[in-house]
Write a protein that binds this ligand. Sequence first.
Ligand SMILES: Cc1cc2nc3c(=O)[nH]c(=O)nc-3n(C[C@H](O)[C@H](O)[C@H](O)COP(=O)(O)O)c2cc1C
Length: 157
Amino acid sequence: MSANKTLIAYETKGGATEEAARKIAETLRNKFNLEVDLVDLRKQKIPDCTPYHNIVIGGGVRAGKVYDKTLKCLENNYAGKRVAFFVSSGGAGDPKTYQKAKADYVETTLAKYPNINPVAVEAFGGRMKILGKTIFDNVDLARVEAWAEELGKKLTQ
Ligand SMILES: Cc1cc2nc3c(=O)[nH]c(=O)nc-3n(C[C@H](O)[C@H](O)[C@H](O)COP(=O)(O)O)c2cc1C
């Protein structure tokens, strides 16, 4: 297991979580020299986590629930690893509902996985399109990048 090796496993249906995952990967690679593998949980199986020291798990939220494959990924044994978790949610992208969204989707979710003691968590915004029409878009990649920079510091100190 190399301290440098980082896995970002994400699940997206509308694209927001993938954009966040790519931004986190770019930041960790370019600013912190971490070796990052990105895994799309809808297209690839949950990988063998043995070689990775750092694990970032991200998923979208629909109907009040974090996506299933993301939850499945949280069941793994990450003993001895540094784990970070984020969600993409319409509610988290609105300052009026951010705190509640973070509590409902990040804190309540992680409470079900007591073996995970994360180094960083966050709830980012998302977007909703119906029949090609954007209903809302509160994705904020600058916020994602700022979080990734704080995460990178923790993973390399
Ligand atoms: C059918 C549907 C249900 C949704 N339900 C919620 C919800 O309960 N809470 C919330 O904060 N956002 C909700 N959203 C907004 C999503 O969180 C947003 O689309 C986000 O971008 C999802 O991540 P993804 O784009 O990576 O799939 C919903 C979106 C859709 C399309």
